[in-house]
Design a binder for this molecule. Structure first.
Ligand SMILES: NC(=O)c1ccc[n+]([C@@H]2O[C@H](COP(=O)([O-])OP(=O)(O)OC[C@H]3O[C@@H](n4cnc5c(N)ncnc54)[C@H](O)[C@@H]3O)[C@@H](O)[C@H]2O)c1
Length: 352
């Protein structure tokens, strides 16, 4: 079987990670056909790698006819670019968020389904084997019935991060940039989100955009979650700094998610299950049991999965609908904070 030719559209931070991983694939699985990005350094990189280069996605699609495309461009371009791939029946991986608004995200998900074009959304945390192990444990009742969840997303972004103006303005804050990953992870682990309450604050950094949020979720299962978010707090308690899945972040011991059920509790990313070995009750000692799993690089596993999705051997682990639902729940956090109301995330997959 010959490998799939893959084009990468958008050769910025995450595009570079995709390019590196594609270049590392055995040729029988996949290979980099070309890079699409208007920046001169992208052209230089394409020349250096000996692959094709274009400034324009549509031109590249029509001239190169790649087997699959990864869209890693700015959010506002995702819908139009994904639409161009879908119109040509080309399987695609779209970086998160699927779109820059919920209606467009659902419309895009619907279009891909209607045209039967494989679409995977780049919420790569789901591909972390520890996530899969946790989900399997929950599915087989390893915690009993899920009751409550705590998730910490407390980090300290360096001051230089905010030299880029959009990161200090509405829409550029940690709810849409960071919390979206945790909301997707919790949807994956705990099921659909029924309602959202939230309070945000910009008091720590004083920018227009929020730096901190406290969020309450109710899942359709009835389980409740509390999420604490801040990008102004020196703290190890977040997925990026405790899971070790992204080598750009220092790794610390500690757990950032706690899931509690009627029979046991689970800490992540350590995959530590707490339960009563003997009699149940708060006067009794709990035992902590680290569960075994085979670690793996979630971005590389995502690419492996994408190749199978593009060959129609597997259904996307994060479908367009999933990406849209995660975006809807994340936008619901901002709406709940703005209005002071409890918000039901949009779930409509049909265009209006
Ligand atoms: N999955 C993740 O964890 C993760 C991490 C980072 C970013 N992202 C997402 O990936 C996307 C890109 O983010 P980034 O941090 O790499 O941004 P970035 O700014 O570093 O890169 C974006 C790239 O897109 C290019 N670009 C702009 N217009 C283009 C066009 N018309 N055609 C082709 N390329 C174009 C830019 O020149 C730039 O090189 C965003 O949607 C972001 O949310 C996802």
């Amino acid at each position: 079987m010959s490998g799939l030719s893959i084009a990468v559209c958008g050769a910025g931070v995450i595009g570079q990670a995709h390019i590196r991983l594609i270049q590392a694939l055995p040729a029988r699985r996949g290979w980099l056909k070309g890079i699409i990005d208007p920046m001169p350094q992208a052209q230089a990189q394409a020349e250096m790698l000996g692959v094709r280069y274009s400034e324009h996605l549509v031109r590249a699609l029509d001239e190169w006819r790649p087997d699959a495309v990864i869209i890693a461009s700015p959010n506002a371009l995702h819908v139009e670019m994904a639409g161009a791939c879908i119109a040509r029946n080309i399987p695609l991986l779209v970086e998160k968020p699927l779109a820059d608004n919920v209606a467009d995200a659902f419309a895009l998900a619907h279009l891909a389904e209607e045209r039967d074009v494989p679409l995977l959304v780049g919420h790569f945390r789901r591909h972390n084997p520890v996530m899969r192990a946790a989900r399997d444990l929950l599915a087989k009742g390893g915690l009993g019935r899920l009751v409550s969840v705590n998730a910490d997303v407390t980090v300290c972004k360096p001051d230089a991060y905010f030299n880029v103006p959009w990161r200090t303005q509405s829409g550029g804050g940690p709810v849409l940039i960071n919390l979206v990953h945790d909301i997707d992870a919790l949807r994956y682990l705990c099921g659909e989100i029924e309602s959202v309450q939230a309070v945000t604050s910009n008091a720590a950094r004083g920018f227009e955009v929020e730096d901190t949020a406290a969020v309450l979720l109710r899942f359709t299962s009835g389980a409740l979650a509390t999420l604490t978010l801040s990008d102004a707090t020196p703290s190890p308690w977040c997925w990026d700094q405790t899971s070790g899945e992204n080598k750009d972040f220092a790794r610390h011991q500690g757990q950032c998610y706690r899931l509690c059920g009627t029979e046991a509790a689970l800490e992540l990313p350590g995959l530590i299950r707490w339960h009563y070995a003997g009699q149940k009750g708060w006067t009794q000692p709990l035992s902590a049991q680290p569960l075994a799993y085979e670690p793996g690089d979630p971005l590389a596993l995502q690419l492996d999965h994408f190749l199978r999705v593009a060959r129609r051997e597997e259904q996307p682990m994060v479908s367009g609908k999933d990406g849209a639902a995660t975006l809807a729940a994340t936008m619901a956090v901002l709406e709940a904070a703005r209005t002071g109301r409890t918000v039901t995330p949009a779930r409509n997959c049909q265009p209006a």
